[in-house]
Ligand binder design. Structure first.
Ligand code: NAG
Ligand code: NAG
Length: 312
């Protein structure tokens, strides 16, 4: 049995079942100022005049960066934003994120994290998730992208329901994590807020911290627009689901066609997966068996240097 936890959702939610064979990102967008608040580095959180978009930045006067958080928490949903990364020639150590998280002691989290780049090399995108405080069992994957994410806006989406977490880049699924029985609480299960941040990750982000943030190259400015949060919103008391739209999928998850495209992308662009890191996990984590059999390239991807292969 892959899936275990339908029942609580059925009880809690007023369910509208949407069978969506193929997901389109940004079906309708929401405004930044209505849906988010500044979180830190307030001076460097700059909404656009129409309130729909935002720029957040980090510079030599505010080296801790800036960020924003959604006004509400959500229990499942599809969360997307269109993001343009800092276009500085050198942005090593600069981490840009779009993620879901709660601040429970036993925390859940689903992440997109961009890990900066050094001049002439490609940006590295990392995805990860934690459930119920499983922070010592990171499930990181890293990839390069078939485009330069600092020249244009691209859509980044997180689909989260009881059965799956799926990461999308534009309309391409790049990773799916099935809620296999063995994951237990490691699969994110509690309401989360959405965040966007930019911060100094010098100690680890670019080539494992070899290249640090150079504030002389700043300011580092990243833009977010076309926000869409379509999920089960939790009200202020955190007790009542005021809106609950379930992102149903067929039991097999994304379509075969989407999975084939995902497989092609991963074979070409994935540079690291925890599922193949046997030093770290001598016994691979439960979902890896499922993922490994039919969703990832047979030959284990290994770290490649970020040497420019596709642009610049
Ligand atoms: C960035 O690099 C390009 C190509 O090397 C160079 O032409 C340009 O002047 C650089 N820009 C900055 C702001 O350093
Ligand atoms: C989360 O972990 C705590 C401590 O191990 C446990 O008591 C709780 O039942 C877990 N919750 C879920 C949803 O797995």
């Amino acid at each position: 049995m892959l899936f275990s936890t339908y029942l609580p959702l059925v009880i809690l939610c007023v369910i509208t079942i949407f069978i969506i064979p193929s997901f389109s990102l940004n079906p309708s967008t929401i405004s930044f100022i209505e849906s988010f608040s500044p979180l830190f580095g307030y001076k460097n959180v700059k909404p656009s005049d129409d309130g729909k978009s935002v720029q957040i930045s980090m510079n030599q006067w505010s080296t801790s960066g800036s960020g924003f958080v959604s006004r509400y928490a959500y229990n499942h949903g599809m969360f997307t934003a269109s993001i343009k990364l800092p276009d500085n020639n050198y942005s090593a150590g600069v981490v840009v994120t779009f993620y879901a998280q709660n601040s429970d002691y036993y925390r859940d989290e689903i992440d997109f994290e961009f890990l900066g780049h050094i001049a002439g090399e490609e940006w590295v995108l990392q995805t990860n998730l934690y459930g119920n405080g499983s922070i010592h069992r990171g499930r990181e994957e890293r990839y390069t992208l078939p485009f330069d994410p600092s020249t244009d806006f691209h859509d980044y989406g997180i689909l989260w329901n009881t059965d799956w977490v799926v990461f999308f880049v534009d309309d391409l699924a790049i990773r799916e994590v099935p809620n296999v029985e063995g994951m237990g609480g490691d699969f994110p299960s509690k309401p989360m807020y959405m965040y966007g941040t930019i911060w100094d990750g010098s100690d680890w982000a670019t080539h494992k911290g070899e290249y640090r943030v150079d504030f002389q190259q700043g300011p580092f400015v990243t833009g977010y627009t076309k926000f869409n949060i379509d999920g089960c919103q939790i009200d202020a008391s955190q007790s009542l689901q005021t809106e609950c739209r379930r992102y149903d999928m067929t039991p097999d998850g994304i379509s075969e066609n989407e999975r084939r495209r995902m497989h092609e992308y991963r074979a070409q662009y994935m540079t690291y997966s925890y599922c193949y890191d046997t030093d770290r996990y001598p016994t691979s984590l439960p979902e890896c068996e499922v993922i490994g059999q039919d969703m990832q390239p047979i030959a284990p991807p290994i770290m490649v240097s970020g040497a420019s292969r596709r642009f610049r």
